[in-house]
Design a protein around this ligand. Structure first.
Ligand code: FCB
Length: 467
């Protein structure tokens, strides 16, 4: 039972005092204005222009037209009570060619956005790279080329030098697993390359880019700056230990271990060796750069991955894991989202408990959310399934905190419905609905519940609303 006074009638699961509440977006998914103010093309512009690459031929224009509507979008965030906002900078707005000349109009946009956020008491959490590599760098090899890591550090230095007087929280990469393996192994994401061995080299160069960018920013940072990286971990569900080990290795430990100073995991090196000696791209000093400590780690979680041992151990698994053999991916069980992703909050708690043991720094949930085919009826979006997903996953985070895991914040994916990469505009993840024809925003029921959760710093122990 709920009433208008949650403190009296609803059992609450309270989050720790000072817990960070926010929502997340990414530049290419919301900004639009892809040719404005000197922005250079990114790999996503090129990829989206390739027939058949993105569902429905959708492109990054106009997306949510956030480039022009940022001020009212920030007002919307304030109305939801967000304390923080996680967004990414478009590298090709700041350095249109990926290196060298800096575009002041690109930086000026982020000045305006950051100032607007701070003016409303919302802390900006900046991601430097959420997949929109300048095309000029891809033309020189992209993340398969070591030089891209150095260019990334140069860009990080420029962005941090410019915005660091106002932005305290900095994330280098969002989900390098996706950049490397969706981009260069299956090619279902930009730049659309199919090169499994090269995708592992790209993974190393992404991690190196993270390390070099971190070093460059630390050198010019003040004490208040905090640095992080965001990974998409997979919560593996498998009866077979060997299958679980292989998938966990390629998704989680391949990234976690070098970041934690343990180098690349031996078993993953052995599993992927048949593709060729990709690890020969690792040069002396690289692993030290990658292992430089971060202040917190971002965790993106949506859904578990079910796997089993394949009957034939030499069979190459379908999908984005380079070199994976002897493993079969199983279909989801139980409820799925509109995207077909399994809904299982308990797997989130297990994952967080494991990360609590394996990661030495505090965790922040930097993305979590669900896509459903929402309908705007009489000016309202009653997204019951997303609301349930949100509350159930917040309970899962709360359970992990109760179990002793140091989780400091939660960012809902996403603030707005947006360009969902290869799925175009077909998948709506927002807690705010966007009518792409009119650009009108409508806070969904899930958004209203999130606002009340933020206000109470708590989720209801039962049921799905707080009054
Ligand atoms: C994550 C991405 C984010 C969004 C969600 C649904 O992998 O970081 O941009 O597309 O998935």
């Amino acid at each position: 039972m709920t009433t208008t006074d949650p403190a009296l009638d609803v059992d609450l699961l309270r989050f720790p005092p000072g817990f960070t509440w926010g929502a997340a977006t990414a530049a290419f998914q919301i900004e639009g204005a892809t040719t404005e103010d000197g922005r250079g093309p990114s790999i996503w512009d090129t990829f989206a222009a390739r027939p058949g690459a993105v569902l429905g031929g959708d492109t990054g224009d106009p997306a949510c037209d956030h480039y022009h509507r940022y001020a009212s979008d920030v007002e919307l965030m304030a109305s939801l009570g967000l304390g923080s906002y996680r967004f990414s900078l478009a590298w090709p707005r700041i350095q249109p060619l990926g290196s060298g000349p800096v575009e002041p109009r690109g930086l000026a946009f982020y000045d305006r956005l950051v100032d607007e956020l701070l003016g409303r008491g919302i802390q900006p959490v900046v991601t430097l790279y959420h997949w929109d590599l300048p095309q000029a760098l891809e033309d020189r090899g992209g993340w398969r080329d070591r030089d891209t890591a150095y260019r990334f550090a140069e860009y990080a230095q420029v962005a941090h030098a410019h915005l660091g007087d106002r932005v305290r929280e900095w994330t280098t990469l969002n989900e390098p697993w996706c950049s490397a393996f969706l981009g260069y192994a299956t090619g279902i994401h930009a730049p659309g390359v199919v090169d499994p061995k090269g995708s592992l080299e790209a993974a190393h160069h992404l991690l190196l880019g993270h390390g070099l960018a971190l070093r460059a920013m630390r050198e010019q940072a003040s004490a208040e700056h905090r640095f992080s990286v965001v990974l998409n971990f997979c919560a593996v569900i498998a009866e077979d230990e060997e299958a679980a080990r292989k998938v966990d290795g390629l998704q989680n430990r391949l990234f976690l271990d070098p970041l934690a100073g343990r180098g690349y995991p031996e078993d993953v090196l052995a599993d992927t060796a048949w593709l060729g000696d990709w690890a020969s791209v690792v040069r002396p000093g690289d692993l030290d750069a990658i292992a430089a400590p971060v202040d917190w780690m971002g965790v993106n979680y949506y859904s578990p991955t079910r796997v089993a041992r394949a009957e034939d151990p030499s069979v190459v698994a379908e999908g984005p894991f380079p070199g994976l053999r002897g493993v079969e991916f199983l279909p989801p069980e139980g409820e799925v989202t509109g995207f077909g992703w399994e809904v299982r909050a308990s797997a989130f708690t297990s994952l967080l408990r494991r990360l609590g043991r394996d990661v030495a720094v505090p965790l922040v949930i930097t993305e979590n959310g669900s896509a459903f085919p929402d309908e705007l009826v009489d000016g309202e979006v009653v997204d019951e399934r997303r609301t349930r997903y949100l509350v159930d996953h917040l309970r899962a985070v709360h359970a992990a905190i109760e179990a002793g895991v140091d989780v400091r914040g939660y960012f809902a994916w996403s603030l707005l419905d947006n360009f969902e990469w290869a799925a175009g505009y077909s998948q709506r993840f927002g807690v705010v609905h966007v009518d792409y024809a009119t650009q009108e925003r409508t806070v969904k029921r899930s958004g209203r519940v999130l606002a009340r959760v933020i206000g109470a710093n708590a989720v209801p122990a039962r049921g799905y609303d707080l009054g």
